[in-house]
Design a protein around this ligand. Structure first.
Ligand code: UT7
Length: 334
């Protein structure tokens, strides 16, 4: 008899954000910008910035988000056999954030590694765990998206420093015979476009009101305008690819959870896909762009706000440095 392929179900979500709020007004004192410009062009009102010594390192944020997801999943960390973390801002070059978190969680039976795929890191990580579960090599996995882009921001570049912020989101996935869970994940990259968003040597300038933040010796550089146009096209086409693959239409999607890079990008994608904004989760006004963390933070909030019911279809779409982009459809199991 043919062996039934297991399905990957999300059974727990969690998130963690730093306490320190950086408002648009605060940014007016750092670069030549205005609250009005930032809100109109991006939708961001405030964002969270991690502070050294506050248990807000990449490892700390990841651990806190993971503990919440594991609690919701009602499993022991010892039953995790895989930890995959999507990040580009781990605390160390090596070992991976995943290994640091494995220690913090006492998840001694897991194999642990990081995935570097820019803001699409969470979807890449989710796909790795899903594949391992479908192959039967993994039963329970912890999948995290975390970034502290404040550590690589050029605080003299008004085109980027107003956008980027810190946070972590996590899910626990498990293998089950029941239909549903992750229906498919579609991932793409185009290395020819790496220069639209990359890191280069930085000058470590820290604004007065941000003394105490943890800065790395390189900066993020972005061609925001060109990236914006690519983002809208790629997000829309990959979302349609995922829908077609599963013989679904946009009417079947209960909630779209997009990467939170810019409210104008999100609105343009919602228009292209013909999904009303009431069915699109946004929290960019509160957190800015948290890179790999934005989708799992939004998912955790939507879940805890009871916006998802068992059987609902949730569509994730993301894009970021690489370029990378992707989409995934999940039939909600909790
Ligand atoms: O997570 C994935 C990676 N990130 C993204 O996907 C971001 C994608 N891009 C964007 O979100 C938008 O391109 C930005 C928000 C970055 C910029 O918005 P825009 O509408 O594309 O503005 P722009 O770059 O065309 O700049 C328009 C003007 C320029 O001034 P001039 O040349 O017209 O005089 C900029 O210098 O706005 C100026 N500007 C600002 N003004 C006030 C740029 N940043 C700021 C600022 N405050 N913070």
């Amino acid at each position: 008899m043919a062996k039934m392929m297991p399905h990957t179900h999300i059974i727990g979500t969690g998130s963690s954000i730093p306490k320190r709020i950086l408002s648009n007004k605060d940014l007016e004192g750092i670069v030549d910008t205005t609250d009005e410009w930032i809100i109109q062009r991006t939708g961001i009102k405030e964002r969270r910035i991690s502070v050294k010594g506050e248990r807000e390192s990449t490892t700390d944020l990841t651990t806190q988000a993971s503990v919440k997801a594991i609690e919701m999943a009602s499993i022991s960390p010892k039953s995790l056999d895989m930890i995959v973390v999507g990040t580009v801002t781990g605390d160390r070059m090596f070992p991976s954030t995943a290994c640091m978190v494995q220690e913090a969680l006492n998840a001694e039976n897991a194999m642990a590694f990081d995935v570097s795929a820019g803001c699409t890191g969470f979807l890449y990580a989710l796909s790795m765990a899903d594949n391992a579960i479908q192959c039967g090599t993994c039963k329970n996995a912890l999948v995290v998206g975390v970034d502290r882009l404040s550590s690589v921001v050029n605080w003299q570049d008004r085109g980027t420093c107003v956008l980027l912020a810190d946070g972590a989101g996590a899910v626990v996935v498990t293998s089950a015979t029941e239909q549903g869970g992750i229906l498919s994940t579609h991932l793409k990259s185009d290395g020819k476009l790496w220069e639209l968003l990359y890191s280069s040597d930085g000058n470590n300038h820290i604004p007065k009101i941000l003394q105490g933040i943890d800065i790395k010796p390189f900066h993020l550089r972005m061609d925001g305008n060109r990236l914006f146009k690519r983002a809208v096209g790629y997000l829309s086409s990959i979302a349609n690819e995922a829908l077609e693959h599963n013989s679904l239409t946009i009417k079947d999607i209960g909630l779209l959870v997009p990467h939170q890079a810019n409210i104008r990008i999100i609105k343009a994608v919602s228009k292209n896909l013909y999904i009303p904004m009431e069915r699109v989760y946004t929290n960019i006004h509160r957190y800015g762009n948290t890179s790999s963390a934005s989708i799992p933070i939004a998912l955790d909030e939507a879940n805890r706000e009871n916006m998802l019911s068992k059987g609902d279809h949730v569509l994730f779409v993301s894009f970021g440095a690489g370029l990378t982009w992707g989409a995934s459809i999940v039939r909600w199991s909790i």
